[in-house]
Design a protein around this ligand. Structure first.
Ligand code: TGC
Length: 399
């Protein structure tokens, strides 16, 4: 039986942080319950081995069924075996998982926000019944094949094509950075067709489908990202997502994943801040704890400010999502700000730790590396800045 290691400091971590800042009083009991369960899972099942998993490039797939049993896979989807939790509950779970490692929050994002959301939003009733319950339990893993090797920022330029051949479709093309593809049972593949972009549920054992893990990553080493080849992959019309028409389809799924990132990266930031506070009082320099120096305290205060603002921003965005009023530009505000500030917090934490900060004795360098990947996927800083710029000016500056 798992027991929580803390009972009163759910969002903010240790008491030194929560004594300055807590948002628990803005959360419901149900939300706190989801967060507590995610925290227990992260602390007890992910954290004990994460440094060696990261070092060894090892994704512990045996945890997938446990995440499913905990209700964390597609937890924001209602029906079809999914938990039907609110957006804030989902965000809090993302925060706790990413406090352990971005790779595990990414797994939950790819499975729930991308692959399962694509089916829930755009699938037929048959497709939902076939796939969603099995994906919610973790029995079936899905991946989301959108990005291509020439770059991920401009999906409108995708070269993967699906051509009609009688009652079937033949899909050909290359995808890159596709999370989980080598262990997935199905891939949601986005391809250009004569009628525009369409999505397909492709069983990964279909002849012509292959996935090769990218092994030379210096970030996200405890998770899997792949190159995918589709070489004349034949699927029936029943594999097409009937309600997905144009790029609005994959972009709607990216909105879901970007939302989870807004919360998740604050978990990585909290982990770094906790370590920095600990070391500020336990690491002696010039005859006493480094935390007695004003520069160190200024660093800790700056980290806390940005962490606190990031959590409040995530909560505000979460409430807007629950109200059904959240816009893509608001998601860009959250993703750009929170990833940027999480990276800054990790950098400040690293400096408080001195040379120890670059070792795996502490999680900080691992979080820093992971956050660089998170900064790049689901829309780079530059893309989100331009989405915000367009919302402010009405002018499109992408090309
Ligand atoms: P444009 O091409 O003109 O618009 C196409 C249609 O899409 C609509 N749209 C959106 N709909 C919902 N949510 C959004 N956020 C949307 N953004 C655009 C748009 O209204 C239009 O609809 P319609 O019906 O009029 O045709 O595109 P745009 O000018 O609106 O957007 C340009 C830009 C640069 C913002 C967009 O291309 C973009 O977001 N690029 C970044 C893509 C990105 O994030 N790629 C990384 C994905 S990460 C990944 O694939 C790996 S999966 C994770 C893993 O496996 O680990």
């Amino acid at each position: 039986m798992m027991t929580p290691t803390t009972s009163t400091d759910r969002v903010t971590g240790r008491s030194a942080i929560s004594s300055v800042f807590t948002v628990d009083d803005l959360l419901s009991e149900a939300e706190i319950g989801w967060q507590t369960r995610a925290r227990m899972f992260a602390e007890q099942r992910i954290s004990p081995t994460i440094e060696t998993d990261f070092e060894d490039r090892h994704f512990r797939s045996e945890l997938i069924a446990e995440l499913g049993a905990g209700g964390f896979l597609g937890m924001h989807i209602t029906g079809y075996g999914c938990a039907g939790a609110g957006a804030v509950s989902y965000g809090l779970a993302c925060l706790e998982l990413e406090a352990a490692d971005s790779g595990w929050r990414t797994f939950v994002s790819v499975q729930g926000s991308l692959a399962m959301s694509a089916i829930a939003k755009f699938g037929s009733e048959d497709q939902k019944k076939t796939w969603l319950p099995a994906m919610a339990s973790g029995q079936v893993v899905g991946c989301f094949a959108l990005t291509e090797p020439t770059g991920g920022s401009d999906p409108a330029a995708m070269t993967t094509r699906a051509e009609r051949d009688g009652a079937d479709w033949i899909i050909t093309g290359d995808k890159r950075w596709i999370g989980l593809a080598s262990l997935a049972t199905i891939a949601i593949v986005w391809a250009q067709t004569a009628e525009g972009v369409r999505g397909f549920i492709v069983p990964t054992d279909t002849p012509g489908f292959s996935a090769t893990p990218i092994t030379n990553k210096l970030a996200m080493r405890a998770s899997i990202q792949c190159d995918v080849q589709l070489d004349g992959v034949r699927v029936p019309e029943s594999a097409r997502l009937p309600l997905a028409e144009g790029l609005r389809g994959p972009f709607s799924c990216l909105n879901e994943a970007r939302y989870g990132i807004i919360w998740g990266v604050m978990g990585a930031a909290r982990s770094c801040l906790e370590v920095a506070v600990d070391r500020a009082v336990s690491r002696d320099v010039f005859g006493g704890p480094i935390g007695r120096f004003q520069i160190t305290q200024e660093k800790l205060a700056t980290m806390l400010l940005e962490y606190e603002k990031g959590v409040l921003l995530a909560l505000h965005i979460g409430r807007k999502k629950e109200a059904g009023t959240l816009t893509p530009a608001q998601i860009s505000v959250g993703k750009l700000n929170n990833v940027r500030e999480a990276i800054a917090i990790a950098g400040q934490a690293r400096s408080v730790l001195g040379g120890d900060g670059i070792t795996s004795d502490f999680p900080v360098m691992r979080h820093m590396a992971n956050l660089e990947a998170v900064r790049t996927y689901e829309g780079t800083d530059e893309i989100h800045a331009l989405v915000i710029g367009r919302a402010l000016t009405g002018l499109d500056a992408f090309k």
